[in-house]
Design a protein around this ligand. Sequence first.
Ligand code: PHE
Length: 465
Amino acid sequence: MTTERANFGTKLGIILATAGSAVGLGNVWRFPYMTGQNGGAAFLLIYIACVVILGVPCMLNEFIIGRRAQANTARAYSKLANGTPWRLIGLFGVFTGFMITGYYVVVSGWCLQYIYASVAGHLNGDASYVKSYFDTFAAHPWKPILWMLVFMLMCHFIISKGVEKGIERASKLMMPLLFILLVVIAVASCLLPGAGRGISFLFNPDFSCVDSKTFLGALGQAFYSLSLGMGCLCTYASYFKRDTHLTKSAAQIVAIDTLIAVLAGLMIFPAFFASYPDAADKLADPELAGQYSGPGLVFITLPNVFQQAFSGAPLIGELVALLFYSLLSLAALTSLMSLHEVSTAFFHEELKISRKWGAAIVTVLCALIGVFCSLSYGDTREWLVFGGQSLFGWFDFLTGQIFLPTGGLLTCLFLGWYVPKHIVKEEFTNEGTLRGRFFGIYLFAVRYVCPICILLIFLHQFGVI
Ligand code: PHE
């Protein structure tokens, strides 16, 4: 093992790789359906408030721990925890990352199948055909597994090339591409006749649909979308440079992630409203939620939307579908890389094996989890259904809704109340070279605002409020 620790090479690389982790299925798939279900623009405004108030401080927490410790997430927490139980937060993060990787890669694999399907023209047909296409594919014994493995190997290839030559280089290539694809589809979608209603749904707030659910839904989405709560950004920050401006980077990454979520909204809603005259009702109706939101929105509804929206020019519809699933795959890949890296760095440093072997262990174990998650999807195999929910559903629920906020909450308490203030300040100000104008606000947010908000998400999830 070399003693020299890997690092990102350039400032741009740091921003693009970290934004690559944040921008993923959460932006393109989860954000639009959450917005759709929660009344559009009003949700967007609350989401932005959450991202600024909660997202920036929580991101800074992970940056501070990671860069200070210069180690994988598990060791980073133990270094600062001095043998106290706080060190377990890091280990918990690695464990969470492992679980997310195992099911995230399954959905990523679906994107590859849909790239193939749009090229082969398999997505042409009426609504019920497209739905049965998805259901049949997702329940197939080996097809989704095959695509999942292909995706995992792509990720493995990049990760085993290292931090600078693998993650950084791939992000520098993929992030601009993703941005261009998004803008192209969003423009195509906004130019459709009838698109205006979709745009105003996204930007004209109607606060009559806001309730406590909207507020808490937005908080949860902020967490998921920014990759917070499991040490992903902590691992990346351990590759930051000593002079990386943490506050500025966090603000930039949050801005990019939010911009991409809004662009994803501009890509989906105008086309959706152009295709369905009763679009707003469809989105708001909880009875239709299974079909028009969740995995359904991207894999069942959208192929139809593209077909209808471009019915005058079917080839363009197919091309847009192809671009869309390519974009989704790119977004998923940069996020998966960051998830994979958390465990790779862990095995590499803790077992003192080479990076390549560390990555190989993670790939094999996560692919194994992926096989079971994939088989369990859609509850078609009873032996993989527990308590009425498939293994896939459990992983999604436990990690996204329970483990991430728990990790975020514990990290706030750890940095806000346990780690000596001077250490936090030193890291915040790059050893005193920066003025640290926002330090007071940051500390207040981490000590009080964030823990209380996250606690609210929990109480809501367990039905207490
Ligand atoms: N932020 C990623 C997305 O939006 C998901 C993710 C969550 C990635 C947690 C890493 C850690 O898709």
